[in-house]
Design a binder for this molecule. Structure first.
Ligand code: GAP
Length: 536
């Protein structure tokens, strides 16, 4: 599947629109249309149901070290600015960017790559934002243009084989920027903080500066004590939250994959330091399996443990759940979710102040006068275990997923093309979304074969009977084959058709989107049959 085909389907069928499209769009922002809003809501609800509401706290789930509790939160998007200073986001949540003086474009330093090429003794690094095969073609074309060569003279170019990252290049004067015609137009890399700034109240000054949260996690940490004091939860337990996050990404791209406004589904799981490695292993495998259960293929999904160099300074283990998105080069994967062992870094930061690593310890960072660089809340966020009489700061395991990325992965996986016979038996191309029934925006569509002979009346009765239980679509317009194809594109798993036989024996056909199998059931049995099919 080419990404363009999915993007076109999403627009055509009302899954996703570019934000503010009539004004030319706003980069990095997306609107979910009538089908998209149902799909994303189903992703969120599946997560909340499976992680929180359906969790049985009386028994240990398979492979969990022991039973545990799960509760939820819904925090404000704007929080006290000190939260971000102590969490490290104020100082450290940045990417490096480079600007092109010629094209006036800005790039994420770590996402530009290129190839060294030589012609007539001149060596140049040709940079590109593309990856894989596209990057090879792009750099070849740019090099031909730069050296004023025709395509037929391409063999005069001497390439240093592989694509390498821009940060490996020492001499910026040899670099031909991704959109430049001359050499050396890229600036030195500079830090760029990704938090969106805003102001609270009427004064737009430093004292009133605030930030749109770049992650939902911090709302959970700063409410740890509130949850402990207001509920009877005992460690181990998890707090879950779903909500919007904002990051001023330098290069939003790949449809909704990297947006500036997106939704996260995060759990902060608090446990005893001694059992934290076992809980980390549990959550890593549990979250990986969740995507498989909802339809992602194992061959396109992988669990990748971070190397020691990749780990954050406070983390003793992190794994990414990654998906082979079709916009990536073959063999490349993009992050769907991170599962991190965060130790006691977060709770201690909000108690003591911003922490830094000193040898193997985490200590409060000091300013030039020896005072904490950013003071913590001073509140006691430790936990007292009544049974063991032990007081400790719990360790945290954080499974952090993106609702929009998950939705995109489910859409990519679902996109299918095949051939099926039209109403005259002629094979025609069919595009359909093989979404898991739990995720499908519409669960069932009801059609009268023709708009006469009492068929619409029977179909409307079935529609009415199904409506309280699931999302149903009634359609009587156009040829029935076209109506089926519209539902296939929307990912609707089942279609019910009222036809001539219904009028004589009271049965209707049910059609399965994936197998195209059709069978008859009594019209009164439709709600029970659909319920059975959706939960099968
Ligand atoms: N609290 C940890 C945290 O926020 P992260 O890896 O930065 O970790 C977690 O983000 C998840 O949020 C990612 O795996 C991804 O699914 C989603 N995400 C992050 N940045 C995103 C963006 N710019 N657009 C869409 N989703 C994003």
């Amino acid at each position: 599947m080419e990404m363009d085909q999915l993007v076109a389907l999403c627009k055509r069928r009302g899954f996703l629109f570019q934000s503010s499209e009539i004004y030319g769009g706003l980069q990095g922002f997306w609107d979910y249309g009538p089908l998209g809003v149902e799909l994303k809501r189903n992703v969120r609800e599946a997560w909340w149901h499976d992680m929180v509401t359906a969790h049985n706290e009386l028994e240990a789930p398979p492979d969990a070290p022991e039973p545990y509790e799960m509760v939820g939160l819904d925090c404000a998007i704007i929080m006290h600015p000190q939260v971000w200073k102590c969490s490290g986001h104020y100082d450290l949540f940045h990417d490096y960017m480079v600007d092109c003086r010629e094209s006036k474009r800005r790039y994420r330093y770590d996402q530009v790559q290129g190839r060294w090429v030589e012609h007539n003794g001149k060596r140049v690094f040709v940079a590109t934002e593309a990856s894989g095969e596209e990057a090879l073609q792009d750099t070849q074309q740019k090099a031909l243009k730069f050296f004023n060569l025709r395509a037929k003279n391409a063999e005069e170019l001497q390439w240093d084989a592989p694509l390498v990252a821009l940060p490996t290049v020492q001499d910026a004067s040899c670099v031909l920027g991704p959109d430049a015609k001359t050499l050396g137009t890229l600036t030195e890399p500079r830090e760029f903080n990704l938090m969106f700034e805003t102001y609270c109240g009427a004064m737009r000054d430093e004292d009133n500066k605030a930030f749109l949260r770049p992650e939902t996690a911090q709302g959970i940490f700063v409410n740890f004590k509130n949850v402990l004091d207001s509920t009877r939860v005992k460690v181990p337990f998890g707090i879950a939250q779903i909500g919007k996050s904002f990051r001023n990404e330098i290069t939003p791209r790949n449809f909704t994959f990297r947006s500036r406004e997106f939704e996260q589904m995060e759990i902060e799981f608090f446990c005893h330091p001694g059992s934290s490695p076992a809980w980390y292993a549990y959550w890593r495998d549990r979250r990986y399996q969740w995507y498989i259960d909802l339809g992602l293929g194992r061959q396109r999904l992988r669990l990748r443990d971070h190397t020691p160099e990749e780990l954050s300074h406070y983390s003793c283990g992190t794994a990414d759940i990654e998906y082979a998105f079709p916009f990536l080069a073959p063999g490349e994967f993009g992050e769907l979710e991170g599962v991190a062992h965060r130790g006691d870094f977060d709770l201690r930061s909000h108690m003591e102040g911003k922490l830094v690593r000193q040898g193997s310890d985490l200590v409060v960072e000091k300013d030039a006068d020896g005072n904490p660089r950013y003071r913590g809340s001073g509140k006691d966020l430790s936990y007292f275990d009544d049974l063991s009489k032990e007081r400790y700061v719990p360790h945290v395991i954080e499974p952090s997923a993106g609702a929009d990325r998950a939705t995109l992965a489910f859409l990519c996986e679902a996109y299918q093309e095949d051939e099926c016979p039209d109403e005259h038996g002629k094979p025609v191309k069919r595009v359909y979304l093989r979404l898991h029934p739990r995720l499908a925006p519409l669960k069932v569509a009801v059609f009268p074969l023709v708009k006469k002979d009492g068929m619409p009346e029977v179909a409307k009765e079935i529609y009415k009977a199904l409506k309280p239980h699931c999302t149903v679509f009634y359609d009587e317009k156009g040829a029935v084959g076209r109506r089926y194809r519209r539902q296939d594109e929307a990912g609707t798993p089942f279609c019910i058709t009222v036809d001539g036989q219904t009028l004589s024996d009271g049965t209707v056909t049910i059609r399965d989107r994936d197998t195209l199998r059709q069978w008859r059931v009594n019209k009164q049995d439709c709600p029970a049959e659909i319920q059975r099919l959706l939960t099968a």
